[in-house]
Ligand binder design. Structure first.
Ligand code: HSE
Length: 321
């Protein structure tokens, strides 16, 4: 019998990776969101209903809308079903493991898991099958609901895993960058919310040429470092002279956390996505654990609770259950 229900996982992601504003992101192994898609022949074809929204311990999801058009997972699933001309509707159950506005790609993880699950339902029912790369534009539709902007540096790697460079958006040109074997990531998520739309409104509209030269030098250096597994070059390149200077003020203790991560041996440290999470990249698991503890200790005097994550980069494609 053809399965009528599929569950997919999509991970947290670190967008921008310091110098790659809107064009670079990577996936963590954990945490991540899960979305179950169930075929419904009794609702309008290519429509979506969301029947359950739940969260891991301590994860707030009260403000997340349940109507599909205004929900990141719902909107992404609708976009995919319509593109496939699906003869059935889909019911979604969403389980969130990160709060919205965390800087860890929470909306992208839900949108990514939704398109991966719906894609599998379409395949199993002989309708159509999209490659992970082809799912990204549908994930972006969902991401736009949350942030008001169609960028793919979270939702891209949430779908494909690994490190993804968005070389261009028109048309979308996503390039998979190999994940260096020893690369690990520490993320500290202060328990405050930063709306991506607000953080984006702080971005400069124009950048002096000198600043642009530094930023594209760093981004090219970072990509070269990742491809050559040159950890020193990765470290020298993890430098953001465009977004971090204007967004650091949104994160209590950011500069202290960054200093602490670097003193603990991190290759580099910056804001994860639009914040408030802060990430550090390291060349070993032990160094990532040290960086996470050091950042957490540096945040303590600011009386802001936080959650720490230490993870390898997630190198495989979509995960289905
Ligand atoms: N590139 C995006 C930003 C990621 O920094 O605004 C957050 O969604």
């Amino acid at each position: 019998m053809t399965p009528k229900q599929v569950t997919a996982f999509a991970p947290a992601t670190v967008a921008n990776v310091a110098c790659g504003f809107d064009v670079l992101g990577f996936a963590l192994e954990a945490p991540g969101d899960e979305v179950t898609a169930r075929l419904r022949a009794d609702i309008v074809a290519a429509s979506v209903i969301i029947t359950s929204l739940s969260g891991g311990e301590g994860i707030e999801f009260d403000g997340i809308p349940l109507d599909a058009e205004h929900n990141t997972a719902g909107k992404a699933a609708l976009s995919l079903l319509q593109a496939a001309n699906a003869p059935f509707g889909v019911e979604l159950k969403i389980r969130k493991m990160m709060p919205a506005g965390s800087g860890m790609g929470s909306s992208a993880a839900s949108a990514g898991a939704a398109v991966v699950a719906v894609n599998e339902l379409l395949r199993l029912n002989g309708i159509r099958h999209f490659t992970p790369m082809d799912l990204i534009p549908h994930g972006m539709e969902g991401e736009a609901v949350a942030s008001g902007s169609k960028h793919a540096d979270n939702v891209g790697p949430a779908i494909t895993g690994g490190i993804l460079l968005l070389r261009g958006y028109n048309p979308l040109d996503a390039v998979e960058i190999p994940v260096p074997k020893r690369l690990h990531c520490a993320v500290v998520r202060p328990h405050i919310e930063v709306a991506t739309s607000m953080a984006r409104s702080l971005m400069p509209k124009e950048i002096p040429l000198k600043t642009a030269i530094m930023q594209w030098g760093n981004l090219a250096g970072l990509i070269a470092g990742l491809m050559k597994e040159d950890y020193a070059l990765i470290g020298r390149s993890l430098n953001d002279v465009v977004a971090e200077p204007v967004r650091a003020q949104l994160i209590p203790g950011f500069h202290d956390m960054k200093r602490a991560a670097m003193a603990a041996g991190a290759l580099g440290c910056s804001i994860s996505g639009s914040g408030p999470s802060v990430f550090a990249l390291t060349d070993s698991l032990e160094a990532a654990q040290k960086a996470a503890s050091a950042m957490e200790a540096a945040l303590r005097p600011y009386n802001v609770d936080c959650t720490e994550y230490v993870s390898k980069l997630w190198g495989t494609g979509p995960k289905l259950f």
